[in-house]
Design a protein around this ligand. Structure first.
Ligand code: NAD
Length: 428
């Protein structure tokens, strides 16, 4: 569960303010980029299977669309808040800018728990959400995608509702669709692989042999699973993996002598990224408390679950052996940890750079949809690798050249690009 004492929007603003000050941005530009171009908050009814009607609360926000249409996922989560959506849409602006794709930042969410809803209820919820949203989204306005606890099926229901209302086909209005139904090959793997392309480049720059490294990962959902698979494929040892257990309402860390096998764990997880603990034990995994992933003696930590997971309170649990903190989730580290990370000499790969592979592949999905011509998986991954490698090395060189903390360097690259755009448009 996310640490509730930290507000992600305050975190996002604090990170922006620090770099806005470094860049000496004028007041109007700061005001523009601290706020959102558009915020939608709404409620909508959904008929439940037992005949009752439940009222859900939904959000969709565009932080900034100066560089292109808004782009950002839709999260289904019982703890979703307006400020989470504000923060995540702001991070999407920087994410698209840091990898230099022509899209802006947006995000959506619904306060709900799909784990406790039938598929029919989830379909009605997706359609009702899109009925409220249809006039504010579109391939050239704002393009949604899956995120925490949403998937390709949810996107198809939303697309179908949108196309039923508009009476036309708009394959580019939503991404993360299943392959064969307008989706791009490689999208499932893209975010996790992108994380590891950055990590691989970072290790290369630090002259560390990946095959001699070990990593501990928080989460085993879409991002974490494919990050774990690629890291293991490159020869790294996945020392531990943690995830949420729905039935026990707690998280567990799974550890195995000799390293976890990502494919083996993937075979015993459910669609929400929860590993079956009994099956894991039967396969020889040791079961540790949920937060044990943080204190493992490893070279690399990869938080890939939720925001606000590493705080000054639990920072001392991090092993002295850790050399790289590779943020795969959005906002997994609170801003008051940044100084601790720097002082500990830990190399940071910041979230909006590291996990930009997902949005980059979503962009590819839009491009392919608009052309009505789809690339092979090899072509998609090759293009993804090129963009992620280039973006990482660009940020890394700036950090080296100006002696900047990696998060600040990534912000400098992203904010400069967005500022150029808003100024060229005459917004400030
Ligand atoms: P997901 O829903 O597929 O998986 C989330 C994982 O986190 C699950 O394994 C769940 O069990 C685990 N988890 C939840 N609470 C936990 C806890 N307290 N301790 C340990 N594990 C816990 O989500 P995802 O798509 O993999 O996204 C993970 C993160 O990456 C989120 O921050 C998301 O915003 C971000 N992200 C996702 C994408 C994408 O393409 N999916 C792209 C960019 C960023």
């Amino acid at each position: 569960m996310a640490n509730q004492t930290y507000n992600p929007y305050d975190n996002a603003k604090a990170q922006f303010d620090k770099v806005a000050e470094m860049l000496k941005l004028d007041e109007a530009t700061r005001d523009l980029l601290r706020a959102h171009r558009q915020e939608l908050h709404f409620t909508f009814p959904v008929k439940m299977d037992d005949g009752s009607t439940k009222i859900f609360k939904g959000f969709r926000m565009i932080h900034n669309d100066a560089r292109g249409p808004g782009k950002g996922g839709i999260r289904f989560h019982p703890h979703e808040t307006a400020d989470t959506v504000r923060a995540l849409s702001m991070w999407m602006t920087w994410k698209c800018a840091v990898v230099d794709i022509p899209l802006g930042g947006s995000k959506g969410g619904v306060i709900c728990d799909p784990r406790t809803m039938s598929l029919a209820e989830q379909e009605r919820l997706c359609r009702a959400y899109m009925r409220r949203l249809h006039s504010q989204v579109g391939y050239n306005v704002d393009v949604p995608a899956p995120d925490v606890m949403t998937n390709g099926q949810h996107m198809m229901w939303m697309l179908d509702e949108y196309e039923s209302i508009t009476g036309q086909r708009f394959p580019g209005m939503i991404t993360g669709k299943p392959v064969g139904l307008g989706g791009s090959l490689g999208r499932t793997e893209a975010t996790g692989y992108g994380v590891i392309y950055c990590l691989r480049e970072c290790l290369k720059n630090m002259k560390i042999d990946i095959t001699k490294t070990s990593a501990s990962i928080q989460g085993f959902g879409n991002v974490a699973e494919y990050a774990a698979r690629m890291y293991a494929d490159l020869g790294g040892k996945v020392a531990a993996v943690s995830c949420w257990n729905v039935a026990d309402k707690t998280a567990y860390t799974f550890r195995k002598e000799g390293g976890c096998d990502p494919a083996e764990l993937a075979a015993i997880k459910d669609s929400f990224g929860s590993i079956d603990k009994d099956k894991a034990i039967a396969l020889g995994y040791e079961l540790l408390p949920g937060d044990a992933w943080l204190s493992q003696d490893v070279d690399i930590l990869i938080p890939a679950a939720l925001e606000n997971q590493i705080t000054p309170e639990n920072f001392p649990q991090i092993s002295k052996q850790v050399k790289i903190l590779c943020e795969a989730a959005n906002g997994p580290t609170t801003p008051d940890c940044d100084k601790l990370i720097q002082d500990a000499g830990i190399m940071l790969i910041p979230d909006f750079l590291s996990n930009a592979g997902g949005v980059t592949c979503s962009y590819f999905e839009q491009v392919q949809g608009n052309m009505n011509y789809f690339w092979t998986k090899e072509e998609v991954l090759e293009k993804l690798e090129k963009i992620m490698t280039g973006a990482f090395q660009n940020v890394y060189s700036l950090a080296e050249e100006k002696n900047l903390y990696m998060r600040d360097a990534a912000y400098v690259v992203a904010i400069n690009r967005v500022v150029n755009s808003v100024k060229a448009r005459g917004w400030v």
